[in-house]
Design a protein around this ligand. Structure first.
Ligand code: ADP
Ligand code: ZN
Ligand code: ZN
Length: 742
């Protein structure tokens, strides 16, 4: 930081969250204390017609822009930076590595409330507790005020403090009764629980007795606390990975350090939260996109100040500042949700490893089906493998079976053999789980008379039939129209639904098993807030016989009474053009299978296929995921595909059909001039979905056997791209280490 000389005008160089890869210069504010001006503080600056929040990158004494034209910083928002020097360095690194504007990277690190310039103070909710007389009060005395009586009884039944949110979740109309009880001095405001804890207390201990492999995994990680190291915990589903996490977390907490735990999905947080709360008596923070801005800011600041011991969050929680970091855990590390697919396209797994290195703490990656990249990193001795080959406790691994359905009689995607098996399972009062990765009623509406197909007018895609809502809907752009009965081309009333979606299977199941309770879990059926939690609860209480759903089911959920799992259409995953597809399919099969027989009863998995000899399926079944992964890695090596090479994908779209290709041809030309020869420039080619939401799409792939060389090329190329004359007529984005090529 440059010392301020009296009289000279200091320039604040700032990052602003706009999609332009440059920094902006401002004159110093009218008044400020030099000692408080540190990189990372938030500022309010005039920008265009409004004010924006900016992040100070550095102070300099000279700007290339004439100082008469520079505007002045209006306000300094932070007394001191909320991010540490190491975290700032991480953001700079991420911005360079992903070639993403620094302002947007900074912005991604902050919760929305702070991005908008809110003060960095923890706004705790009011909480209420019983007074001594409230505890002693006989609730029967309130019979004439039944609402107050029920509030009092509720507090007496759960004698902790209740927050406003918790009360609202319990009963929306709690306010008047609570007010009366406050007036009667039966309730009082609780002192804020969010006070600084000098030491994180970890008193509860109900740890399980670990088996040898679990203990070995725990010991390996615990031996490296306080230093960097990456561990890949490969444990079959139900092998007790969570128990391993919890025992390592305990060791970290006992050192007075904090833990960051990342999960791929919001829906998995409640389960893990509950297990952590039963185990640890510490402040636990939760962060995901369904929480309010205030809740997220509170979690973020709680970690930043060292008041929370554990943060449980999704991808975006990765950048949360941690006062006293001790460990980062990524559960289900193979999951593609850890890669952000728009805007700042970072991989939470890869950045977590960089962050761990910077903070000198261990990073623990866990999965039953590790990503091929991670296994490759084990081979290269960058990660250490910890293996849990068996299920914990009494649970046995499920038996996988291929069911050849060629020439078999089918009822809406269900073979007779499978139906018989479902019947037998239900007769034993056990649950059945059916997996079909396609929502809606059917993916195609076709005219039997003339062959007309309902297509989306904006995308290269068919409209999906949503029968219950009476709609045709595009799953790519969201376009909707009324479901029609008559063919618009030949006017015949012979429109046929082709193919299978979850809605269709649900209907036929309801006909075949009218007395059974069926629950469908997909994005359509779980849109209402709380509905997924509600379904999951019903399933776990045994109130559901058949669970039918999409990939939502494949992730981490624990259904102890499911003993039969069926994958209705495994073939649809076999023929993708993306080289990642076999890996994703194998992971999906193993993860879905993992939902079977997780408790005392053995589980079975049936996969309906017309490709019973397909090597992916036969390897997976006969030899398991590890063997599949070995084979798949060998194939990638043979073809010089990642992780044996490094890729970046430049995606371009425009309303004009020609412009994306013309633009990318110019980029490819530039790239070939700049390339030192080891980086292949593949394309431009039309995107697999060449038109989407009205935009024509093209892409250009860069691939190199040497990462530094790829990045050197991108470093040189990106600033040049912005100068191309077509750049104003297209939208483009760069995806470094893309996980899908769409
Ligand atoms: P994973 O995270 O690998 O899928 P979990 O940690 O959820 O597995 O464990 C699966 C089940 O096995 C849980 O019910 C857990 O309580 C139980 N379990 C884990 N470790 C042990 C152990 N050492 N002894 C007995 N049961 C265990
Ligand atoms: Zn027709
Ligand atoms: Zn569309």
């Amino acid at each position: 930081m440059v010392k301020l000389q009296c009289g000279s005008e200091l320039i604040f160089r700032v990052a602003i969250a706009i999609p332009v890869n440059r920094l902006f210069d401002y004159l110093a504010p009218e008044q400020f204390e030099t000692s408080k001006i540190k990189p990372g503080i938030r500022l309010e600056v005039p920008f265009g017609k409004t004010n924006k929040i900016a992040f100070l990158v550095e102070c300099v004494q000279h700007s290339d822009i004439d100082s008469a034209k520079l505007k002045r910083v209006e306000r300094i928002l932070d007394e001191k930076p909320l991010l540490s020097t190491k975290d700032l360095a991480l953001l700079h690194w991420a911005s360079r590595y992903y070639h993403h504007p620094l302002g947007e990277v900074f912005s991604a690190a902050f919760p929305v409330a702070l991005r908008k310039g809110k003060a960095a103070v923890i706004q705790t909710e009011k909480r209420y507790v019983l007074t001594e007389s409230g505890k002693a009060m006989d609730s029967e005395l309130l019979t004439r005020a039944p609402k107050q009586q029920s509030v009092l009884e509720n507090f007496q039944a759960h004698p902790t403090s209740w927050s406003e949110t918790e009360l609202s979740a319990w009963n929306k109309n709690w306010r008047p009764s609570v007010k009366h009880l406050l007036d009667k001095a039966l309730l009082q405001l609780a002192p804020s629980e969010f006070k600084v804890q000098a030491r994180l207390s970890v008193t509860k201990n109900n740890a399980l007795i670990c088996n040898l492999q679990q203990q070995a995994a725990i010991d390996s990680v615990c031996d490296s606390l306080g230093q960097f190291g990456v561990f890949l915990l490969e444990g079959v589903t139900g092998s007790g990975k969570t128990e391993v996490y919890m025992q390592i977390i305990r060791a970290v907490l006992e050192r007075g350090q904090q833990v960051l735990v990342l999960l791929p999905e919001i829906t998995l947080t409640p389960q893990l939260e509950q297990r952590f709360r039963q185990r640890f008596n510490v402040n636990l923070a939760i962060s995901h996109s369904k929480l309010t801005d205030r809740q997220r800011a509170t979690a973020w600041l709680g970690m930043q100040r060292g008041e929370c011991a554990i943060l449980l969050g999704t991808r975006s929680a990765l950048f949360t500042p941690i006062k006293n970091p001790g460990l980062i855990i990524l559960d289900e590390e193979h999951d593609a949700s850890f890669k952000q697919q728009e805007g700042f396209r970072f991989s939470a797994r890869d950045v977590a490893v960089v962050r761990g290195k910077q903070l000198a703490i261990p990073v623990l990656l866990g999965s039953a089906t590790p990503a091929l990249e991670s296994l490759h990193n084990v081979d290269k001795k960058r990660y250490r493998l910890l293996h849990l080959p068996d299920r914990a406790g009494n649970a046995m691994e499920p038996v996988l079976q291929l069911l050849d359905i060629r020439n078999k009689k089918m009822q809406e995607g269900l073979s007779e053999f499978l139906l018989a098996d479902i019947r037998r399972t239900l007769a034993k009062n056990e649950q059945v789980l059916l997996f079909l990765n396609r929502r809606g009623f059917a993916p195609t509406l076709i005219c039997h008379g003339c062959g007309w197909v309902a297509r989306c007018g904006h995308c290269d895609a068919n409209l999906v039939i949503h029968y219950d809502e009476g709609l045709l809907r595009c799953h790519h752009c969201g376009h909707e129209q009324r479901l029609i009965k008559q063919c618009p081309a030949c006017k015949a009333e012979e429109l046929t639904a082709l193919g299978l979606g979850t809605e269709r299977v649900e209907k036929v199941l309801a006909e075949i098993f009218p007395e059974k309770k069926i629950v469908r879990l997909d994005r359509d059926s779980t849109q209402r807030k709380g509905s997924l939690e509600n379904y999951l609860q019903q399933i776990n209480q045994g109130a559901v016989d058949i669970i039918l759903g999409t990939q939502m089911l494949a992730k981490g959920h624990h259904f102890p009474n499911v003993t039969l799992v069926a994958i209705l259409d495994v073939d649809s995953g076999l023929f993708s053009i993306d080289f990642h597809a076999p890996e994703k399919l194998a992971q999906m099969i193993v993860q879905v299978s993992g939902r079977a027989g997780r408790a005392d009863k053995p589980g079975r998995v049936i996969m309906q296929t017309r490709q019973p000899d397909h090597p992916l399926l036969t390897t997976l079944i006969a030899q398991g995921y590890s063997s599949f992964a070995r084979t798949a890695l060998a194939e990638r090596k043979e073809a010089s595909l990642p992780p044996f090479s490094y890729q970046a994908l430049l995606r371009v779209q425009a309303m004009d059909a020609e412009m994306p290709r013309l633009f990318l041809e110019a980029v490819a030309q530039l790239a070939r001039e700049l390339s030192k020869g080891h980086t292949h420039i593949l394309g431009p080619v039309a995107a697999p979905m060449a038109r989407r939401a009205g935009f024509y799409r093209y892409q250009l792939l860069f691939q190199s056997s040497r990462r530094p060389e790829l990045h050197a090329l991108l470093d040189a190329l990106m600033p040049q791209i912005e100068k191309l004359k077509q750049v104003k007529k297209v939208r483009w984005s760069l995806d470094v280490d893309p996980v899908d090529l769409y």
